[in-house]
Design a protein around this ligand. Structure first.
Ligand SMILES: *Cc1c(COP(=O)(O)O)cnc(C)c1O
Ligand SMILES: *[C@@H]1O[C@H](CO)[C@@H](O)[C@H](O)[C@H]1NC(C)=O
Length: 354
């Protein structure tokens, strides 16, 4: 395949979903003997893992997720990748891992985009190139001690517009028989080990007909924490859109979502009231919130119409799509990501030249 042209791969961009498809390759860096190597672009989608690696044996692994888009001007850009670099470093620190510097992270994500430029979906398709940075302990440590070698990978997968048929509200179920994160645990850390244990709950939720699994705080089971892979935000409508209040849980055991951060900063710029505080489940039950959604990089917002708990349906809205506040947020984030409006926040980051 000849390199260099956005969206020149032989792909039906309109039918892309969110699953792995092969691309040109991934970036791979190794930390050994106290330093990172130069990194290489690897075309095969495999890595060599030591059988005794701390990553395979003890889950010494963390990851990130971010996207690149072709913008309105034809150029390809990332969105706030510095925040992902910083969060990977935070995650790494929580598992005694050596993390790439911010500079190395930015080099890796921009290089992987450049090497896979044919796989960046075209502007207007609603698709993006999803990037998955991974950091894993790869030294042979039979004991439970930090690895003496680390592999840092960034791979790329083109993904489609999840909302190509419009944004529909969906349902969620509160999980009562599993705690995602302990108060002083690792819920705020994007460690691989946090996610597999959520699978029984999410699988049971899906089998019972619910799209999302919502977790409560482990200590008291009375406060909302977050969904299995996205944060929780709630909206109280005012007399007019200017009077909107947006609320998200304040808890040490939820994942600090970059999308939530973006939404709150935007809401502030709209002059809305922005509150981070613990949210009792009772408040959700009482019908105080007009709009509730999950939020994360994958789809920005997932609006919820009903939350099921202990045999009862808590009705949030009868609307079939985003309410007015989340619609304004969603369309503004999309427009900023595609640079259809001026990026006064300086969130866009050029992905081609490095
Ligand atoms: C990654 C993740 C999020 C969303 O974070 P973004 O930076 O917005 O993508 C939220 N909750 C959990 C548990 C996550 O793993
Ligand atoms: C439902 O959607 C309509 C149209 O966007 C909006 O005017 C109304 O306020 C929404 N209701 C709620 C509760 O979000």
């Amino acid at each position: 395949m000849t390199a260099g042209k956005v969206a020149s791969a032989n792909i039906d961009w309109s039918s892309l979903g969110f699953s792995f498809i092969p691309t040109n390759g991934h970036m791979k860096y190794t930390w050994k003997d106290g330093k990172w190597d130069q990194g290489e672009f690897v075309t095969e989608p495999w890595i060599n893992m030591h059988i005794a690696s701390s990553g395979l044996n003890y889950g010494q692994e963390c990851f990130e997720g971010l996207k690149a888009w072709q913008c309105k001007d034809g150029k390809v850009r990332l969105f706030r990748p510095q925040n992902n670099a910083d969060r990977l470093r935070y995650s790494a620190s929580k598992a005694c891992m050596v993390a790439p510097s911010r500079e190395l992270f930015l080099e890796a994500v921009t290089r992987v985009v450049k090497e896979n430029i044919e796989y960046v979906p075209p502007y207007g398709s609603g698709g993006s190139l999803y990037l998955r940075p991974l950091l894993v302990g790869n030294g042979p440590m039979l004991n439970l001690i930090p690895s003496n070698e680390y592999t840092f990978i960034v791979y790329a997968v083109p993904v489609g517009n999840f909302y190509k048929d419009g944004i529909k509200t969906t349902n969620a179920i509160i999980i009562d028989d599993f705690d995602r994160a302990a108060p002083l645990g690792t819920g705020s850390v994007k460690l691989g080990g946090n996610y597999a244990p959520c699978l029984p709950s999410t699988q049971a939720a899906h089998e019972a007909g619910y799209t999302m699994a919502l977790f409560l705080d482990a200590a008291t089971r009375t406060y909302i924490e977050e969904f299995s892979s996205c944060n929780f935000i709630a909206v109280i409508n005012g007399e007019s859109i200017e009077d909107t209040t947006i609320i998200t849980p304040d808890s040490p055991s939820i994942l600090p979502s970059i999308t939530t951060q973006t939404i709150l900063e935007l809401a502030e710029s709209f002059g809305w009231k922005v509150i981070r505080r613990p949210i009792p489940l009772e408040e959700v039950r009482s019908g105080k919130f007009d709009e509730i959604a999950g939020c994360g990089t994958a789809v920005i917002v997932t609006p919820v119409h009903t939350i099921h708990h202990q045999g009862q349906d808590i009705k949030i809205t009868s609307n079939k799509t985003l309410g007015p506040a989340l619609e304004k947020i969603y369309s503004t984030v999309r427009a900023l990501q595609m640079l259809e409006i001026e990026d006064k926040f300086d969130w866009s980051y050029p992905a081609e030249g490095f």
